[in-house]
Structure formats: C-alpha cells, structure tokens
Write a new protein. Structure first.
Length: 261
C-alpha cells in the first residue's frame, strides 16, 4: 500500500489503537528442551515446503523486484536517522536510512548504504562526503512519526528539522546537531566510501557504501546503567524497518545461552 493511498486514514482507523504502555517482556524460547543436534523446533514442518529459486539478474526482472524482496525479507532492520550539515554550514539535513548497521566496536564502526552515486549525491550523502561528518540517531517509539516525516522528498537546502519538529542538540566532535529526542545518538566521522555499479544498467553507478567511525556516544541518562555499558531496552523502545511502509516495535524478547564446545 502506498503512503499516498487516499484510503490509508480509513485503514488506520480500523486498526487497534497503539498501546503506549506496552511493556517489554522476556519469554521462554520456543523449545526449552532443545539439545545439540535437534535442528528446527517445528517438528519438521518447514522441511515439507519447497523453495523458489530466484536469479536477481534474470532477463526481464526489474531491479525494483529485488528491492521489494530484500526489504521485506531482511527484517527487522535498524534505522539510522542521520543528521548532516553542508560544507558551507548554511543548510542542515536529517533523513532515515534502513540500509544501516553496526559492524564493529573497536573502533566503533557503522555502515550506511545510499542509492545513487557520488557524482549526483543528494542531501545526506552529499553533505557526508564533503564534510566527513554526521550524527547517527536511533529512532524510538515516542518520535516515530516525526522521524518518518524526515523521509520526505524535499529539495536540497530544505531542513527536515522543520518538517519533523525534532529538536537540535549540541555535539562535541562534529558540527551536525544530534536529535535531542533520541535515546542514543552517535557522532560519526566518515572513514571511506565505495561506489557500486548497477548490474541491470552496466556503466551506471547505482549505490554508495559509507563506512563511519563513531567518535562520541550520547545516551539519555535514564537509559544507561552505572557502568555506562548497557542501554535499557525498556527505555530505548527501538523502532525497526520492515517491508513496504511498515515499521516494527520490539516489545518481546527471549534469551538463549551461547553454547560451549
């Protein structure tokens, strides 16, 4: 369903109300009696189903099909709400990216994927590539609508801070502001970028991978433990990206011990 669907308000109204007071609960694992070698916990049901083989480069297959398949299957995905500032410091930008992930802790390293090329870089990528600085803000339930508003296809120079109504907070190492409403914000320095060439349109640069080092962490005081090493999930209440225009909540978790050989 498109976010511009005229019936969307009606669809929303027919759904259960958002439970703001929903607690994060920790449940048992699906099979408490599982032991080494037992395999899946569904009694073999998943083995009764066949799979469809898909060649992402099959003749006549649009790359958009791969996009839709991957964003609906690789879920949930964390969202990096990235704040940047132009090289001349006259304009600011704030935008969400779900092609994003933490890949290392020493040094703290994050990757973000952008659609497009460095030559024709838009907004966030342009600013990041030119200034080498950004802030990665993590999205929580209490400002998901405002964060979603920053995905608007606004012209370069328009500040999504105004569109969203979110609050700029000071930073220590980089020039872009962090989102005050964010439980966790990470000041970042660009380490390197890599461009990728389209398979469907050879010769065309289709995407850019940015590798970013986290140089300062900001965590809301009621979410961090005494050692400043663990963030409370019950306070963070993170929002993730699913397929289409869907977002996910994290209100249930389970714990499993790491096995020893």
């Amino acid at each position: 369903m498109s976010r511009n669907n005229a019936d969307f308000d009606q669809v929303q109204a027919s759904r259960p109300e958002f439970r703001r007071d929903a607690e994060v609960t920790v449940t048992q694992s699906p099979n408490r009696e599982w032991k080494t070698g037992d395999g899946a916990n569904d009694g073999g049901e998943s083995l009764k189903k066949d799979h469809v083989e898909i060649d992402p480069y099959a003749e006549g297959r649009p790359s958009m099909y791969n996009y839709k398949l991957l964003i609906s299957g690789m879920v949930p995905r964390p969202i990096a709400l990235i704040s940047t500032k132009s090289l001349d410091e006259k304009t600011t930008n704030l935008a969400p990216f779900s092609y994003a992930q933490l890949v290392n802790h020493d040094p703290p390293t994050f990757v973000v994927g952008f659609v497009g090329s460095l030559e024709k870089a838009k907004d966030t990528l342009k600013n990041l590539h030119e200034t080498k600085e950004c802030v990665i803000n993590i999205i929580s339930e209490h400002f998901v609508e405002a964060a979603n508003a920053t995905s608007v296809n606004a012209p370069y120079g328009h500040s999504e801070w105004e569109t969203s109504g979110l609050t700029q907070a000071p930073t220590s190492v980089v020039k872009p502001a962090r989102v005050k409403e964010s439980i966790l914000a990470i000041e970042g320095k660009l380490m390197e970028t890599r461009e990728f060439e389209s398979r469907s349109t050879p010769g065309k640069k289709s995407s850019v991978l940015a590798i970013i080092e986290g140089v300062r962490f900001w965590v809301r005081e009621d979410a961090i433990d005494k050692e400043q090493s663990v963030i409370d999930l019950k306070v963070l209440k993170p929002i993730s990206r699913l397929g289409g225009i869907s977002y996910g909540r994290t209100t249930e978790a389970m714990e499993l011990l790491r096995p020893e050989f």
